[in-house]
Design a protein around this ligand. Structure first.
Ligand code: FES
Length: 163
């Protein structure tokens, strides 16, 4: 087995084929890098170092180049996360409109600090820059669902009444 083949082992044959298809349809192979990262993440929950190196090899990039894309793009996880990821906006409109109050309520309810995952593995809490929902600050994204005007009552609706 060649070094190049060995590098690709962290991805299944199906995953390699899918990424090759993405690369073939882009203007350049590397233009498919975010879609490839998102695809691998959709199958594994996050993208580990070996998977990232394999994706980079398929796209003709260095692992360092691809890692810089992955770490710049907030929605790619380079560490394991919970089943659901809560992104609480950390930008100015949300700060003005009570983001810290919501953060405290979330942290109290879930028993975690930003960057942590609940013990049952259900939720990871992360800060994020402006979600583009400033007119409904404070804003929060859970997986693909955007919430605005977040307050304690809405947290009760989402997570169930507090114990
Ligand atoms: S500042 Fe929070 S959504 Fe824009």
């Amino acid at each position: 087995m060649s070094t190049a083949d060995f590098l690709l082992l962290p991805l299944s044959a199906e995953e390699r084929e899918h990424i090759a298809t993405l690369a073939a349809h882009g203007e350049t192979a590397r233009s498919a890098c975010i879609d490839a990262l998102k695809y691998v993440q959709s199958r594994h929950g996050w993208v580990n170092d070996a998977q990232l190196a394999a994706i980079a090899a398929l796209l003709g990039m260095s692992a360092a180049e691809l890692d810089s894309v992955a770490t710049f793009y907030n929605l790619i996880f380079r560490k394991p996360v919970g089943k659901h990821v809560i992104f609480l906006c950390d930008s100015v409109s949300c700060w003005i409109m009570g983001r810290e109050r919501v953060a405290a309520q979330l942290q109290h309810r879930l028993g975690i600090s930003p960057g942590e995952t609940t013990q049952d593995g259900d939720y990871t809490l992360l800060p994020i820059v402006c979600l583009g929902h400033c007119d409904h600050a404070p804003a929060m994204l859970i997986d693909e669902t955007l919430y605005g005007d977040v307050d304690a009552a809405q947290l009760d609706t989402i997570f169930g009444p507090r114990a």
